[in-house]
Structures are given as structure tokens and as C-alpha cells.
Design a protein around this ligand. Structure first.
Ligand SMILES: Cc1cc2nc3c(=O)[nH]c(=O)nc-3n(C[C@H](O)[C@H](O)[C@H](O)COP(=O)(O)OP(=O)(O)OC[C@H]3O[C@@H](n4cnc5c(N)ncnc54)[C@H](O)[C@@H]3O)c2cc1C
Ligand code: FES
Length: 335
């Protein structure tokens, strides 16, 4: 057993468990998502002590390595450790459960985006924070998908799934799945949900189906009469106009406080769409509101890395940047 001190919170960890796992079992919630060294959400800096690498730290770049950053989901303690982390949560996350789920409905939203609604048995209920994700388990494999809705009275869960060419689960979802198919789901996972921050200015960056957890957060906020919507800007990027789909709100941009900006990276701008990468479109308009803005980014790891770097260079505080990268599910074996 080794003592781990993270931002001066102390807990004990074994050499056989990761720093993240040991934290979670001691109610210390380091921000995380993929738990497989790919997304960078669980980044921590080692101030003193030795760690052991358990699997590759694919989510770190060379500069971060040189600066002493590690990914706490793939490293275990080899001695007492002192580490710092930009994002340790001040509240517990809901309990992870494994439950059966049947496909309630399937709806094609674009030629390669499918909306899947799952229903749970009446005896099962999955508590989650809007923005979290679940693992779907089938054929001895597991894949992660964000829950795209706020918690519902009927406990149904909606996923928004993009077809990945030659993807094992993509083939199932798009070519074989049918209503009433029985699957298993496990979760909720991740820490991509609305945080208590000092600011009411919220900016969301999404690429592709990365809009799913953001839709869940906004839906929950719209349904919650006690939390004012605040000043909310959503920048949603896709390559082409045809890649966009309805979000299920009658018209999000008409909802009080939400400004939805759709960006296309491979077509020209027109009155309904801006042209360019979302982070560039945002910065072209909004440099002055950066320091007091909480920014939530979800989708491709390229967009997230580029956004984080640009926002940081413009003075946006690291503690107000929350991210969820849709990296390939690590290994993907059923847990
Ligand atoms: C926390 C988290 C949440 C996620 N939420 C969603 C979601 O809400 N909606 C959604 O559509 N997807 C989401 N994903 C991605 C999803 O888990 C799968 O990785 C993806 O759907 C591909 O699975 P597959 O079995 O079809 O492809 P696989 O058989 O796993 O892969 C086939 C090939 O595609 C590559 N590949 C796999 N996934 C990706 C990817 N995401 N980007 C680029 N290349 C890839 C693989 O490296 C491989 O070469 C999420 C991932 C994570 C980690
Ligand atoms: S890299 Fe650790 S949670 Fe994704």
C-alpha cells in the first residue's frame, strides 16, 4: 500500500491498481472518461514519487510527457506519491450497475447516424448525471456510448451512434439490430457532466455524435426550473451540412439562452452554417468572454486537443475546460 496525495487529498493505493481506481474506491473522483489511456481526461502531474505504467499512455503528447504528466487510469503507485490534477470532483458519481436492456426503437438520423433507444426492465433503474456514458456489452465485446437524454420517468436511454467503417458494433447497429434485441449495459461512467463553477457562461464544443452528452446536459437544464439556463453557446461541427440531424428539441436556438451555431469544415458558409473548425469560429467571435467561461468539449480527440491548446493560449483557465473524447473503445473486450 502506498500513500497518494493528490491536490493535498490523501488516500492509499496498491501497486496492482491504478491511481484512478484507487481514488474511486476511496471516494476521490479524479476526472476521467475512457479508462484506457487514450482520452487524456485523467491527466495528473507527478510532483514526487515513482509510478508504474500498466498500458500505453496514448493520450499524452511528447510535451506533456516531458513536463511530468501521467494518465492516472494506466499508472499505479510504486512509492508514496504527490500528484496534482486540474480536475478532482467535489461530489460522488452515481453507482455503476450492470443491467439487461432491450432495443425499444431504432431511428436513422442521417445516412450514418443511428438513434437507438433502450428500455430497462421495470425493476431496473440506472441513475446517471446527464453527460455520462454507458458501456454496451454484446458478442463478448463492449463499446462506450454517451447517454443522449436527461433522466426520464420511464428510465429509457437514448444513444446516438455514428457508423465507423468496418466497426464490429457498427455492423451490428446498422445492419442487424432490431427492436426487442436483448443487450446488457453497464454504467454510468465518466465525469463529463455540468460542474459547479463560478460562471453561468457555458460554451459547448461538439463534433459529430459528440453532441449526444451535450444534448443530455441541455435537456436536463431546460427541464430544471431551479437552474437558470444562463448564457449558453453550442458550437456543433460536422464536415458537411447533410451530417447534421435534429436534436429533438423543437428548435434549440429558440430556447431561452441557447445559441446554437452549426459549423461545416468542408463546405462554404451560408446563412444557416458557418464554415471552419468550431474552435476557430468561436475564437473569431468571442475572445473577450474566455476567462469567465466554462467550456465543455466532446467528440473527436483531434478537435479536443486543438481546442484545449488554443483556449489555453488565449488565457482560458484549465480548470474550466471539461472534455470527453470519443476514442476507440480500448481493446473493447467485455468486462
Ligand atoms: C467515453 C466514450 C463515449 C463514446 N460515446 C459515443 C457516442 O455517444 N456515439 C458514438 O457514435 N460513439 C461513441 N464512442 C465511440 C464508440 O465507443 C466506438 O468506439 C465506436 O462506435 C466504434 O465502435 P465499432 O465497434 O463500430 O468499431 P471498432 O470495431 O471498435 O473499430 C473499427 C475501426 O475503427 C477505428 N475506430 C473505432 N472507434 C473510432 C472512433 N471513435 N474514431 C475513430 N476511429 C475509430 C478502430 O481503431 C478500428 O480501426 C464513445 C467512446 C468513448 C470512449
Ligand atoms: S486517458 Fe485516462 S480516462 Fe481516458
Amino acid at each position: 500500500m502506498h500513500e497518494i496525495a493528490i491536490n493535498n487529498i490523501k488516500y492509499e493505493g496498491l501497486e496492482t491498481e491504478t491511481i484512478l481506481e484507487a481514488g474511486l474506491s476511496n471516494d476521490v473522483y479524479i476526472a476521467h472518461s475512457c479508462k484506457s489511456g487514450r482520452c487524456n481526461s485523467c491527466r495528473c502531474k507527478v510532483l514526487s514519487g515513482e509510478t508504474k505504467l500498466i498500458s500505453p499512455e496514448l493520450g499524452l503528447n511528447d510535451e506533456e510527457r516531458e513536463e511530468g504528466w501521467i494518465l492516472s487510469c494506466v499508472r499505479s503507485p510504486l512509492s508514496s506519491l504527490k500528484i496534482s490534477c486540474d480536475d478532482v470532483l467535489d461530489r460522488a458519481v452515481p453507482e455503476v450497475k450492470l443491467c439487461p436492456a432491450r432495443i425499444d426503437s431504432l431511428q436513422l438520423l442521417t445516412k450514418d447516424v443511428l438513434q437507438v433507444t433502450l428500455r430497462l426492465p421495470p425493476s431496473s433503474k440506472l441513475d446517471f448525471y446527464p453527460g455520462q456514458y454507458i458501456d454496451v456489452l454484446a458478442f463478448g465485446l463492449s463499446r462506450s456510448y454517451s447517454i443522449a437524454n436527461a433522466p426520464r420517468v420511464d428510465s429509457k436511454i437514448t444513444l446516438i451512434i455514428k457508423r465507423v467503417p468496418d466497426g464490429r458494433f457498427s455492423e451490428y447497429w446498422f445492419d442487424q439490430a432490431k427492436e426487442n434485441d436483448l443487450l446488457r449495459i453497464k454504467g454510468p461512467y465518466g465525469t463529463f457532466f455540468l460542474r459547479e463553477t463560478q460562471t453561468n457562461k457555458l460554451v459547448f464544443f461538439a463534433t459529430g455524435t459528440g453532441i449526444a452528452p451535450i444534448k443530455a446536459m441541455l435537456e436536463a437544464r431546460l427541464l430544471d426550473n431551479d437552474s437558470p439556463m444562463g448564457d449558453v453557446k453550442v458550437l456543433w461541427g460536422n464536415r458537411y451540412r447533410d451530417d447534421f440531424f435534429e436534436l429533438g428539441f423543437s428548435d434549440m436556438s429558440d430556447m431561452s439562452g441557447i445559441n446554437l451555431i452549426k459549423c461545416v469544415s468542408r463546405e462554404d458558409a451560408d446563412p444557416a452554417f458557418k464554415s471552419g473548425y468550431i474552435q476557430d469560429v468561436f475564437l473569431a467571435d468571442d475572445k473577450q468572454m474566455l476567462s469567465d467561461t466554462a467550456l465543455y468539449a466532446c467528440g473527436s480527440s483531434e478537435m479536443i486537443a486543438a481546442s484545449e491548446q488554443k483556449m489555453r493560449a488565449m488565457g482560458h483557465p484549465a480548470k474550466q475546460f471539461f472534455k470527453d473524447a470519443f476514442v476507440a473503445s480500448g481493446g473493447g473486450e467485455e468486462l
